[in-house]
Ligand binder design. Structure first.
Ligand code: NAD
Length: 282
């Protein structure tokens, strides 16, 4: 893969673009308007500069990385892309519209991927004429640091597509991909979310303090963070959304959002991003 496109230069898109450019891939980031494209460019330049400050990259490597990046508002710039990774807001209709556009512009052999956390890949692929070349590429935040990429295949995704993207992740991006079928939560969130919800319920019922719950999992299971700290970091609104998607699909009580989570989100307590969650960050 010589050239990739990234749709959306937000939290995930800018991280994905940085990883690709750092590894020598020509990378074009598409944003909605010039101001947002400029903001994405500046976010990425700052992130690369920070890596130089922390001795994670030399100035020459940083210059080479920035030289591999382009920012645009024009989808037509992706006509010759080998792979496009979409990372825009988690709203199905917005993603469907983008995939229709990409399908009409990107060369026929180009592969189209979505970084969606919850929308079925089969539904995204169905709006295109190339369903066998559509897959999920679920990067983790921050994409520059986290080694995992979940590669999601629908019933329509071809083995050739999965192998090409798997090899690109390993050989070019230096990531550690895993494969998963197209079920809500994929592998990681399907396992992680019930655990986080249980910790919330345990706290709400007064079984243990939040500090002790978190200390229990750090000290007993060598987790770098306890479940309530981690929920605050993810954002309690995001937690609620993901739990609802999982519950909708599996209808199992272990995915049902607990009352405490609903109460906190309704009160605007969203975790770190609002300054208050299970802990106070103000
Ligand atoms: P974000 O809001 O930070 O960024 C989205 C970007 O997409 C924005 O910059 C926005 O301007 C741009 N955008 C919106 N519509 C567009 C369009 N039509 N064309 C081009 N650009 C457009 O969102 P994010 O947190 O980076 O999430 C993006 C995707 O990644 C979502 O599907 C989310 O579920 C998934 N995801 C997020 C995380 C996370 O921790 N944030 C982790 C894994 C996956």
């Amino acid at each position: 893969m010589q050239k990739i496109g990234v749709i959306g230069g937000g939290t995930m898109g800018s991280g994905i673009a940085e990883v690709a450019a750092k590894n020598g891939v020509d990378t074009v980031v598409v944003e909605v308007d010039p101001a947002t494209a400029e903001a994405a460019q500046s976010r990425l330049e700052k992130s690369a500069a920070r890596a130089v400050e922390r001795n994670k990259m030399t100035q020459e490597e940083c210059d080479a990385l920035l030289g591999k990046l382009a920012f645009t508002t024009t989808f037509e710039d992706l006509a010759d892309a080998d792979l496009v990774v979409e990372a825009v807001v988690e709203i199905p209709e917005v993603k469907f519209e983008i995939f229709r556009t990409l399908d009409s512009i990107v060369k026929p052999e180009g592969i189209l991927a979505s970084n969606t956390s919850s929308i079925p890949i089969v539904e995204i692929g169905a709006v295109t004429e190339r369903q066998e070349q559509v897959l999920g590429m679920h990067f983790f935040n921050p994409a520059t640091v986290q080694p995992l990429v979940e590669l999601i295949y629908s019933q329509k995704t071809s083995e050739e597509t999965m192998t090409k993207v798997h090899d690109f992740c390993v050989d070019t991006l230096g990531k550690s991909p895993i494969r998963t079928g197209d079920r809500a939560g994929f592998v990681v969130n399907r396992l992680l979310v019930p655990y986080l919800l249980q910790a919330m319920e345990m706290f709400d019922r007064g079984q243990a303090t939040k500090e002790d719950i978190d200390a229990g999992m750090r000290g007993g299971c060598a987790h770098p963070m306890g479940p309530l700290e981690l929920s605050d970091l993810i954002g309690l609104d995001t937690m609620l959304l993901v739990a609802e998607v999982l519950y909708d699909e599996f209808k199992e009580k272990l995915y049902a959002p607990p009352a405490v989570l609903k109460r906190m989100v309704a009160a605007g307590e969203l975790g770190r991003k609002s300054g208050k969650g299970f802990y106070d960050y103000s």
